[in-house]
Write a protein that binds this ligand. Structure first.
Ligand SMILES: [Zn+2]
Length: 127
């Protein structure tokens, strides 16, 4: 299966990782127009406002594109660009499958808790 990537928080990512610790994938929402943005957004991509707040994503997404890296056991490690239901795109591991899901496949959030470093978001193919 997928190796556990190691992530460490810094000052700018502390809130985001604190969310993952308690099971929440946090994204940015614009106070001025309601547009959702990536966790690392500093301004709204719709109206350029810098008044963003953290909100919890619902935890569902769809595959946009995948990268499948062959493993020695014959399977693949799958990484994917996914579109969250709220709109932002993230590049995340896809777990629980050895083959790349097709674009448009619905996904459900799961949070990986590696032995070292911070928890990281990943997705599984929705049941
Ligand atoms: Zn906005």
């Amino acid at each position: 299966m997928n190796p556990d990537p190691i992530a460490w928080r810094d000052e700018e990512s502390a809130v985001w990782f604190a969310g993952l610790v308690v099971g929440a994938l946090l994204i940015r929402r614009c106070d001025d127009c309601g547009h959702h943005g990536r966790p690392d957004a500093v301004a709204c991509t719709a109206c350029e406002s810098r008044t963003l707040r953290w909100v919890e994503a619902v935890g569902t997404a769809r595959v946009v594109a995948t990268v499948a890296t062959p493993e020695q056991n014959g399977g693949h490690t799958i990484q994917a660009l996914v579109e969250l239901t709220e709109g932002p795109w993230l590049f995340v591991p896809i777990i629980g499958t050895y083959s790349a899901p097709a674009p448009g496949t619905p996904l459900t959030l799961t949070i990986l808790r590696p032995p070292e470093g911070e928890p990281i978001p990943a997705f599984t193919v929705a049941a």
